[in-house]
Design a protein around this ligand. Sequence first.
Ligand SMILES: [Zn+2]
Ligand SMILES: [Zn+2]
Length: 347
Amino acid sequence: MISAKGYAAHNSREPLAPFAFERRELGPSDVHIDILYCGVCHSDIHQVRDEWGGSMYPIVPGHEIVGRVIDVGSSVKKFKKGDLAAIGCMVDSCRECENCRQGLEQYCKKGSVGTYNSYERDGKTPTYGGYSNKIVTHEYFVLRVPENLPLEGVAPLLCAGITTYSPLRYWKVGKGHRVGILGLGGLGHMAVKFAAAFGAEVTMLSTSPSKEADSKKLGAHKFVLTSNKDSTKILRGYFDFILDTVSAVHDHGMFLSMLNTNGTLIVVGVPPSPAQISEFSLIGNRRSIGGSLIGGIPETQEMLNFCGDFNIVSEVEVIPIKKINEAYERMLKGDVRYRFVIDMKTL
Ligand SMILES: [Zn+2]
Ligand SMILES: [Zn+2]
C-alpha cells in the first residue's frame, strides 16, 4: 500500500483534522498523482456535515484535483511520469452499460464511484478525495491538463466547470440565444464565462448589487437584480435558457415566467426543499425544466481542452490547508470570489 496524508472529517460535527491513510498499490492501469491543488466545492461541506444523509466517516473530501504524475502502471498509455493530470468527481464506473459506452459515466446504470465518500467497485474499499497529498486512479478517469493554464485556476474546472459546461453544450447554447445565469458563485461564475465564450447574450440574475461589476468582468452583457420587481417584470418571456445554479430556496415560478416560448430552465443546484412549480407556467409557453449532473469523462476532457484554447480558468482564492475550516464558514456566508483552492504544498 502507498501511505498518504490529508485532512478528514471524522463525524458531522467536528472540524476537519489531519489524517493518515493508505492508497492502493499501483495496478497495471493506474496512475499515481502527486496532488498540487484541490478546489473546495459546496458539496464537500454538505457531505462532511452529513446534510445529504449516508456520509461514511472518515471523509477526506475534494473532487477538484490537479497534480503531476509520479508513477504509472505497466499498461498505462495515456500518461507518463511528469505529466500534468486532473481528477474530478468520479474515479470509476461499470464502463459497460449503455451510458458508460456513450461516455456518460456520471449516469452509469450501476452507479459511478465518487472520488470520496463512496466505495470502490468492490463495494467495500472507501474512496478518499483530494484534500490529500497523493491519489491512485485508473487512467480512464484521469484527465489531461493543458500546459498553458495556471493550475490553481484549473482545479475548480473539474466540478464547477464541467457542471456548467455540460448542460450548456447539451442544450446547444450559443450565438443568437439569450441566456440568464442564476446565482454568481462557484458554478455561476463558470457558467457566465462558458455561455459568453459560446457566443450567447448573457444576463446575470442575482440578488446582490455588489456582484454587478464582477459579473461584467467575467463576460456577462447584462445584470439584473432579481429582488427588484420592476426590473424582473421587463424580463417576462425574455430568455431562451436560464441556467439555475442556486442551492438556496428560490421562486422557480418567477424565473419560468422569464422564459420565452419553448424556453428551458436548466437546473444544476440542489436547494434543501423541492421546487414549487405551477404546471401553467410550463404549458402556457411549452416551457421545459431540465437537470444535469457534472459531465462524462470524454466531455470533461473536451472542456479542459476548450479552456486551454480560450484561456478560461476559475477565479480562485488559494488557501493553506490549515484554513479549510475557516474557508467552509466563509463559503456559507458567500464570502469567496469564487472558489477556494487548497495549495497542497501546505499539507
Ligand atoms: Zn463539486
Ligand atoms: Zn455504467
